[in-house]
Design a protein around this ligand. Structure first.
Ligand SMILES: Nc1ncnc2c1ncn2[C@@H]1O[C@H](COP(=O)(O)OP(=O)(O)OP(=O)(O)O)[C@@H](O)[C@H]1O
Length: 454
């Protein structure tokens, strides 16, 4: 018996419960065993194209949700018809197939499971195009956005899609810090490791490099990455990169890399609005526990409390559902307070701490723009200093709403009208300049995290 048959039998039981008898008997019950598995993709065979298309169009999402629920390892299902069954590969063919999905890509990070809204629509559409024609549409494809907003998910969805279309494709997902580690260990060992390094990084079709900003200051690693980048690029291999900021704002990454990143296509992911966040939560419930009943008002409450980071929002939902399951309780607002009380309290505390922290805002802004605090507050008039200065004034006004005159005193005794003009200017520019808007959002996040630690 194929090891995935037990999984399929378990899924069948749920399908029988979920759908009417006629559908179940026609579509699912005749499929008694799995056909094969490769790279986490389990293939099932049905009698004809009509059945195959119905399942793949209407029921595959639910089947994969159940697979995620019941399988210990990440797997997905695919249905083919009898006429598509190919003869088994010979032993030598099989040896050539490297398992590129296991331990490399998270198979739940797919386009299917990515909830689309205004904040990520462009990024999503372009990612689909890149996945459809790797190496041809946008190379490199650069995704940026704040922590926990879905960059890794979207990047891996590209990898999973390419693999689903062609299981032989070699897709390498690597976090920038692992690339640094691999390179450092290459330097510290003998030469025959070079071959291993090259086999891992060069003998591939697609590279997905996550959190490139981590390479800041690692000059030798950047040089090596630069060589690899050029090699892959010249061979039309798709390169996908994620970062917490636009390429133009990466600090301590060599310009020969950042300019190459800018030459491809950059897309950003913003914080989703409330309705979008609630939709993400609804989708997550289905994967955590399809039977959990969570009212819209509770979902809205969670989406409001954990607005800036989807990972945190998802964590709160998982905690709530697990809590309800453990104590066998209905999910009410009272239970939300019990289950999430500690998390909510930490957030309140960090808000309360935020009084009178003007100097912290000034130092986060100066750090972000890599200028000294003295220059931020002082009188120099180069735009390198005036833009960060205006941003710091604007943020203090936004966060504390203290008089313009008081803000002026924090910046070398400037007068009320200078601060007012600076705030109005920033307010206007963020409507027009998405890079500025992005910088502001990142700085606000950093301020919040600094204040919560104090
Ligand atoms: N639009 C979305 N639809 C469904 N799930 C999402 C979406 N956006 C984010 N998530 C989920 O939020 C979690 C965090 O996403 P992810 O790890 O991709 O964020 P990230 O931007 O790469 O964060 P980091 O900067 O920390 O690497 C994941 O579980 C992901 O599935």
């Amino acid at each position: 018996m194929n090891p995935n048959d037990n999984l399929w039998q378990t899924i069948l039981k749920d399908l029988e419960r979920l759908y009417n008898e006629e559908t179940y008997n026609e579509l699912f019950s005749p499929v008694t065993s799995t056909f094969k598995e490769q790279n986490g993709l389990i293939t099932m065979v049905v009698e004809n194209d009509f059945l195959k298309n119905r399942i793949n169009k209407l029921y595959i999402g639910k089947i994969n949700e159940l697979a995620t629920k019941y399988s210990k390892t990440p797997v997905r299902f695919k249905f083919i018809s009898q006429s598509e069954v190919e003869p088994e590969p010979t032993l030598t063919d099989r040896k050539l197939t490297i398992d590129y999905r296991q331990g490399n890509l998270n198979s739940t990070y797919t386009f299917d499971s990515f909830v689309v809204g205004k904040s990520n629509m462009f990024a999503f559409r372009m990612a689909m195009k890149v996945a459809d024609q790797p190496g041809a549409v946008a190379n490199p494809f650069y995704i940026f956005g704040d922590v926990g907003l879905g960059k890794t998910h979207l990047m891996q969805a590209i990898g999973n899609y390419i693999l689903d279309t062609n299981v032989e494709k070699r897709i390498l997902y690597v976090k920038a810090d692992n690339f640094i580690e691999d390179f450092v260990s290459l330097l510290s060992r003998n030469n025959n490791k070079t071959e291993e390094f090259n086999a891992k990084y060069k003998d591939i079709d697609v590279i997905l490099v996550d959190d490139i900003q981590i390479m800041a200051n690692a000059t030798k690693t950047q040089m090596e990455f630069f060589k690899l980048f050029d090699y892959l690029y010249l061979n039309s291999k798709q390169i996908v990169i994620t970062s917490d900021k636009p390429a133009s704002q990466l600090t301590n990454i060599m310009p020969r890399l950042t300019t190459r990143f800018e030459a491809g296509l950059s897309v950003d992911i913003q914080v989703p609005d409330l309705e979008h966040r609630v939709n993400i939560l609804k989708r997550k419930i289905a994967t955590i526990d399809a039977n959990a009943e969570v009212s819209d008002s509770i979902l809205e409450f969670i989406a409001t409390q954990f607005a800036a980071n989807i990972r945190e929002m998802e964590g709160a939902l998982i905690r709530l559902i697990s809590y309800a399951q453990t104590f066998n309780l209905d999910i009410t607002m009272e239970l939300v307070n019990d289950a999430l009380g500690a998390l909510l309290k930490t957030r309140k505390k960090s808000d309360a701490l935020s009084d009178n922290n003007y100097d912290k805002i000034q130092s986060v802004v100066s750090d972000y723009f890599q200028i000294s605090l003295q220059d931020l507050i002082g009188k120099k008039r180069h735009t390198k200093f005036t833009i960060p200065r205006h941003i710091a004034m604007y943020l203090i006004k936004l966060k504390y709403n203290i008089p313009y005159k008081t803000i002026g005193q924090l910046f070398s005794d400037r007068d009320h009208s200078t601060v007012l003009a600076a705030c109005e200017r920033i307010e206007k520019d963020i409507q027009l300049d998405s890079n500025l808007k992005f910088a502001l959002d990142s700085i606000i996040k950093k301020i919040d995290s600094t204040l919560s630690k104090s």
